[in-house]
Design a protein around this ligand. Structure first.
Ligand SMILES: Nc1ncnc2c1ncn2[C@@H]1O[C@H](COP(=O)(O)OP(=O)(O)O)[C@@H](O)[C@H]1O
Ligand SMILES: [Mg+2]
Length: 326
């Protein structure tokens, strides 16, 4: 039996708020991952979902292994069959199942960093690009950044202004051709192609949306645009998604500067501050409106947050979503 008594009141409230989008916002070491793990255990134990209907995403393989361990400590063998992985591993699974839909075969190869470096190097050689003038690493990092932003070769070429970008555009186009010819994905491609698969094949997307009743993402502040887009697709209309955001004001400002487009995409809503629950304690959470538990609603009614319209938030499902904390 899961011991919810071992959580502090804010953690417990976040764990028990299982329906609708939920943002958990707190500093490092405040127990965010603990909330995420207990929330999964609570979802399974309460019968809200089967283990295979839950997808938990973490940022490193080590963190995924730790989470699996924590989960098996809480619910034992019930955690088997659950997707607890990094974005990249989840994308590999998604691609292994349906790579044919994208013109690849299921036994595609994944190029590691050194494979991909050699490939880019040979493409630059073939295109006659002088690595003394246009450094290999600069080209690679431009292409990688583009992939993480879901910028395809055509758009990248159209937007290339400086000499490095112009040469990188030529390399990017040929790189994608060669990878495809080799039936291979590089690390960044795993995200890009998983996103393309889900975006362009509604039946594939619907099967995942139907399957994953609950999606939980740890360290969400580190997601890039591709990861964000995949998460949004998978969460679908149900939006039963919890994200954990490590709060570091400086980091947030930096992230906003680096990914200004996220603010718009993520919000699509008036910007608003999170509603802090329990000012004395380090953990805060924000449920964006669909939690029907009495005390949550009461709290919403009492909330003095001035900047958004609570009535619209409750009635209009299109307004349910995540917002960045200020
Ligand atoms: N309510 C709690 N009671 C006891 N230990 C806790 C509690 N909340 C968190 N911890 C412990 O504090 C440490 C940090 O928690 P963790 O969930 O990893 O934090 P975060 O993900 O916010 O960095 C872990 O060892 C965790 O078990
Ligand atoms: Mg953590």
């Amino acid at each position: 039996m899961l011991d919810l008594e071992s959580l502090n009141p804010e953690q417990r409230e976040a764990v028990e708020c299982t329906e609708g989008p939920l943002l958990v916002l707190a500093g490092a070491g405040s127990g965010k991952t603990r909330v995420l793990t207990y929330r999964i255990a609570h979802i399974i134990e309460s019968g809200a979902a089967y283990p295979w209907e839950v997808m938990a995403i973490t940022f490193t393989n080590k963190a995924a292994a730790e989470m699996r361990e924590r989960l098996s400590g809480l619910i034992g063998g019930s955690s088997r069959g659950m997707w607890v992985s990094t974005f990249h591993s989840a994308c590999v699974r998604i691609l292994r199942a349906d790579a044919e839909r994208l013109g690849f075969t299921k036994n595609f190869t994944i190029y590691d960093d050194s494979d991909s470096k050699s490939l880019v190097k040979s493409i630059m050689y073939d295109l006659g690009i002088d690595p003394k003038r246009i450094p290999l690493n600069a080209v690679r990092s431009r292409i990688s950044a583009a992939k993480n932003e879901l910028v395809m070769p055509g758009q990248f070429a159209a937007e290339a202004r400086d000499p490095i970008a112009k040469q990188a555009a030529r390399v990017y186009e040929m790189l994608q051709e060669r990878l495809r010819a080799a039936n291979a994905f590089d690390f960044d491609d795993l995200l890009v192609y998983a996103w393309l698969l889900l975006k362009d094949h509604p039946d594939v997307l619907a099967a995942y949306q139907d399957r994953f009743r609950y999606i939980l993402v740890d360290e969400y502040q580190d997601t890039n645009r591709a990861q964000y887009a995949i998460t949004q697709l998978l969460a679908g209309q149900r939006k039963n998604i919890m994200v954990v955001w490590r709060r570091r004001p400086v980091h947030l400002q930096l992230a906003r500067r680096r990914h200004p487009q996220h603010t718009g995409v993520r919000a699509g809503l008036p910007q608003l501050s999170h509603r802090e629950v329990g000012t004395q304690l380090p953990l805060h959470f924000h449920n964006t409106g669909r939690c029907q538990r009495g005390h949550c609603q009461q709290r919403q009614a009492q909330s003095e947050a001035p900047c958004f319209d609570r009535r619209r938030r409750c009635e209009d499902p299109s307004l349910h979503g995540f917002r960045r904390a200020r």
